[in-house]
Design a protein around this ligand. Structure first.
Ligand code: URA
Length: 240
């Protein structure tokens, strides 16, 4: 498939994908009413700062929208921003992001081909002493945030979507999807030509010892190499 080129960005931020009632249809929470109909990532990101589609915005510092070029051919989807991402307002800028960046280099995936985002756009946490401890988002929060992810996929139109960890995989591939059994395989999905899942890089950071971490990191890079191969096979040949 030919590499995408940048498209002109629409300015139709005033048109939204849902009505204000969509924020609470039948008691369910949803971001739909806050998501503008646009082809601009900047417009989407600005609108996300106003999102009240669920209650997570209340305890978070700010929304953490996806980052990367609109022309990216690969979209990595994590769970939710961590403590550092919440403070900086950008995804994958903490320890898990550093690990992902190194694995991308080792796998040969150019950074300018990559868009990173999360299934949930606000940091969910609970206090433990002075620390803010990551708390897993629940199904209601994942569902409420889904319109943002759908909008990002619509705009970027990635060739490959990579779910990082169970939360992203189950959000995009169904609740029965098991990352441990299916990691590194491409699954049929209407979301993109190639959709796959692997472990979340933060699981590597939690490995019980160095040897396990090294082995798990090698497996992670092997999964990413399969994505690199798809990108290489489908890259448009450069002019001589
Ligand atoms: N973990 C995630 O899932 N996303 C981030 O942005 C950072 C850590």
């Amino acid at each position: 498939m030919p590499r995408k080129t940048a498209e002109p960005e629409s300015r139709s931020a005033d048109k939204h994908r849902g009505s204000p009632d969509d924020a609470n249809p039948g008691g369910k929470r949803s971001a739909a009413a806050f998501v503008p109909t646009t082809t601009s990532l900047r417009t989407l990101s600005a609108a996300a700062h106003e999102c009240r589609g669920c209650d997570l915005y209340k305890a978070a510092t700010q929304v953490v929208f996806g980052a990367g070029p609109k022309t990216a051919r690969v979209m990595f989807v994590g769970e939710q921003p961590g403590d550092q991402e919440d403070r900086e307002g950008a995804p994958f800028v903490g320890p898990a992001g550093a690990l992902l960046d190194k694995a991308l280099v080792d796998a040969g995936i150019p950074r300018d081909e990559v868009y990173v985002t999360n299934a949930v756009k606000h940091f969910k946490w609970e206090p433990r002493g002075k620390r803010r401890i990551h708390k897993k988002p629940n199904q209601l929060e994942i569902n409420a945030c889904r319109p943002w992810l759908d909008a990002e996929i619509d705009v970027v139109k990635p060739q490959v979507i990579v779910c990082l960890g169970a939360t992203a995989a189950q959000a995009l591939l169904g609740r029965s999807f098991k990352v441990t059994q299916n990691r590194g395989r491409f699954v049929k999905s209407a979301l993109a030509p190639y959709v796959t899942a692997t472990v979340h890089p933060s699981s590597l950071l939690r490995a019980p010892d160095d040897e396990t971490r090294r082995a798990e990191t090698r497996n992670f890079v092997e999964d990413l190499k399969k994505i690199a191969a798809v990108l290489t096979a489908s890259a448009r040949p450069r002019a001589a």
